[in-house]
Design a protein around this ligand. Structure first.
Ligand code: MSP
Length: 652
């Protein structure tokens, strides 16, 4: 059986978990579930990084022993994982004796073979990041990672000969284009660190004691990165008597990490492995940060969002869906309660929830709860095109998941869900039901919807592990062969004669203003609230117009079929289908929407504006959006419609 070993970073025990830390774990969990579904033997590691000054300080601040503090933090991280359905196999804690013994052995081997040597270190030290920086690495005399003050420090220390591995590292990175992803992070590593030249790395400390002692020189404790990074191998039994799991699962297939620690994972860790003559991990993916109020979430900024509150209110599937759909995984994304609630109403309640409830409702109403065995020869006008779209979905979703393009993968699934709602409108079951001779046609339409829901329930599973069972319960899908990952690749497996069970709606529609108020009071912070402030200019009203003047506007509903950014601009070039025609409309909203997010969106377009050329591209209309605030505080959302209606519809 093929194996797949995936890891999250081990989290510092100095701060409580929040949705930023959950983000990394959820993404890893999605990959672990996806690979399990594909038949891999998966091992998924997460855990806590327990040594170092920050953790010791946090225990001190709480007035408890380090052990007590670390136990409490491990429980908090485990409970966060449970709340957001992160189903890990290993929760590794670096204070455990097996880890400590392995780190000491690794340190000794590297020392004995001359890869670690003793010297004196003088540098700029950032206490929160526990990292020394050279003069040139500082950013405006501050820490380049967290931008805080640094202090000049000197101490006797052991060093790891990073410089010796520089050429091999560069060659490896160049020969393996997928070793560091996304590509922008690879370029950063190569251009900012490897090409200027790697310096040897300080790997021990004498200035604090909360670390793994260097056994042959107990004045020193092992510097945090050598301790922390080796956890990925040590947790599998590397350097211990029973290393069978290490033999089975190493090298790791994927280290999922936040962008600020790509350097440690893609340069230091591989160099240590090269020195130990062990294989390198296959891939390091550096995802973006989830920010709140534009800043990385942190206790000191007072902007952390607690995932428990969101999960208790809306369920973990909704939160997981939102985080993975809303933001492009490699880039930063600003968390807003309002965006979460909007997605829940639009994508979960209106699109998915509505598709299920109307399908169940129609099987109930027109066939008393059991879809009859329809004549399989019956073919509706829209079947071929619809079936093709459903059948094209699984390979597209796999392609996106393989590249960690979670948002695009979900967009593919939602395109099908929205298309299924449209297929319903095209076939008009409420008309078919009136004609006894159209019973088979009606059954055929409902069969297509039920079968699409079966396939959708399989495809959403890695991201939304709870919802699929709820969908299947309503469609009475009990046979497990009907919900294997591969069974999504065949249309028509659902036995004809579907019997349904009516259950409460999957995702009830939310009253957004009420929910926003509730969340602010529960979160105890306005972080997560909309940052939009109404400026004086915006609050000023325009002069009154007559209905005739308003009537001059030709407003139509359109659906965005394709979208791309016009290079070097904030403009998006969209191909918008409006009834029977496709128009090109250029809109200046690239700051707020990724091209992939636009595709499939129902938009309101002004269609009788005089065409203009914007940066060389013809624009035949204008897409309407709502915006508030200005500059960095501007919030902008597309104007869309409440429910299913064909594009081309007139807006009045
Ligand atoms: N202990 C080190 C990692 C050692 S791995 C051998 C560490 N810990 S951390 O708790 O600070 O961060 C753990 C992971 O959580 C990192 O990948 C980091 O990027 C991620 N995140 C922490 N806050 C985050 C956000 N606000 N948004 C996204 N990811 C975030 O670094």
């Amino acid at each position: 059986m093929k194996t797949y070993y995936i890891t999250t970073p081990i989290y510092y025990s100095s701060g409580k978990p929040h949705i930023g830390t959950a983000y990394c774990s959820i993404a890893s969990d999605i990959m672990a579930r996806y690979k399990k579904e594909q038949g891999y033997d998966v091992k998924f590691l997460t855990g806590n990084d327990e040594f170092g000054q920050k953790n010791e300080q946090a225990a001190h601040d709480r007035g408890v022993t380090p052990q007590q503090h670390l136990d409490d933090m491990a429980n908090l991280f485990k409970s966060m994982a449970k709340a957001v359905d992160v189903d890990y196999d290993i929760f590794w804690r670096t204070t455990n004796p097996q880890h400590q013994a392995a780190v000491q052995k690794i340190f000794k081997i590297l020392y004995d073979q001359g890869d670690i040597y003793k010297g004196a270190y003088e540098g700029w030290y950032c206490t929160p990041c526990e990292t020394f920086f050279t003069e040139t690495q500082l950013l405006e005399s501050k820490c380049p990672d967290c931008k805080r003050e640094v202090q000049k420090m000197q101490e006797e220390a052991y060093f790891f000969r990073m410089s010796k591995y520089q050429d091999r590292l560069l060659a490896h990175i160049e020969a393996n284009p997928e070793f560091i992803l996304p590509e922008s992070r690879k370029n950063e590593m190569v251009n900012n660190f490897l090409k200027p030249g790697l310096e040897d790395l300080c790997v021990s400390r004498t200035s604090f004691k909360w670390g793994i002692p260097v056994d042959f020189d107990p004045n020193h404790v092992v510097y945090v990165w050598v301790d922390a990074l080796t956890n990925y191998a040590n947790a599998l039994g590397f350097m211990s008597e029973d290393n069978s799991e290490y033999k089975k699962f190493w090298p790791a297939d994927l280290h999922m990490v936040g962008k600020e620690i790509v350097r440690f994972h893609s340069l230091i860790w591989p160099a240590i492995l090269m020195a130990l003559n062990e294989p390198l991990p296959k891939q390091i993916f550096g995802h973006g940060w989830l920010t709140s109020e534009g800043k990385k979430m942190s206790k000191s900024f007072g902007n952390v969002i607690d995932p428990h509150i969101l999960v208790n209110n809306y369920g973990s599937d909704a939160l997981r869906y939102f985080l993975m759909r809303e933001f492009v995984f490699g880039q930063d994304g600003d968390f807003r309660n309002e965006a979460l609630l909007n997605r829940m109403n639009a994508d979960l309640a209106n699109d998915l929830g509505n598709l299920l409830s109307r399908t169940i409702g129609m099987i109930d109403k027109y066939f008393g709860g059991t879809l009859p065995v329809a004549d399989t020869a019956v073919k509706g006008e829209f079947d071929d095109i619809f079936e093709k779209m459903v059948m094209d979905m699984p390979s597209k979703v796999e392609n996106h998941l393989d590249k960690m393009n979670f948002s695009d993968a979900l967009n593919e699934i939602w395109n099908v869900i929205r298309r299924a709602n449209k297929y319903t409108d095209e076939n008009q079951p409420w008309v078919l039901c009136k004609d006894e001779s159209k019973k088979d046609e009606l059954a055929n339409v409902l069969y297509h919807l039920a079968e699409t829901l079966r396939i959708v329930s399989i495809q959403i599973y890695p991201v939304m592990p709870k919802t699929p069972a709820l969908i299947r319960k309503q469609l009475n899908i009990e046979d497990p062969t009907l919900y294997t990952w591969d069974s999504a690749k065949t249309f028509g497996l659902l036995s004809r004669g579907v019997k349904i069970t009516k259950e409460p709606v999957l995702f009830p529609r939310l009253d957004i203003p009420k929910e926003l108020e509730k969340l602010i009071s529960q979160q105890g912070t306005t972080a997560g609230a909309s940052s939009g402030e109404v400026s004086e200019e915006e609050s000023q009203q325009k002069p009154t117009i007559t209905i005739d003047e308003f009537d001059k506007l030709d407003l139509k509903l359109g659906e965005v079929l394709e979208c791309e950014i016009i290079e070097g601009t904030k403009l998006l070039k969209c191909q918008v289908r409006i009834g029977n025609e496709v128009r090109q409309i250029v809109t200046g909203i690239a700051k707020f929407y990724e091209p992939a997010q636009m595709v499939g969106k129902k938009v309101v377009a002004v269609t009788n504006l005089k065409p203009v050329k914007l940066r060389g591209a013809l624009s035949e209309g204008m897409i309407l959006s709502a915006s508030i605030g200005s500059g960095k505080k501007e919030v902008l959302k597309l104007v869309t419609v409440d429910g299913d209606i064909l594009d081309g519809a007139t807006i009045r």
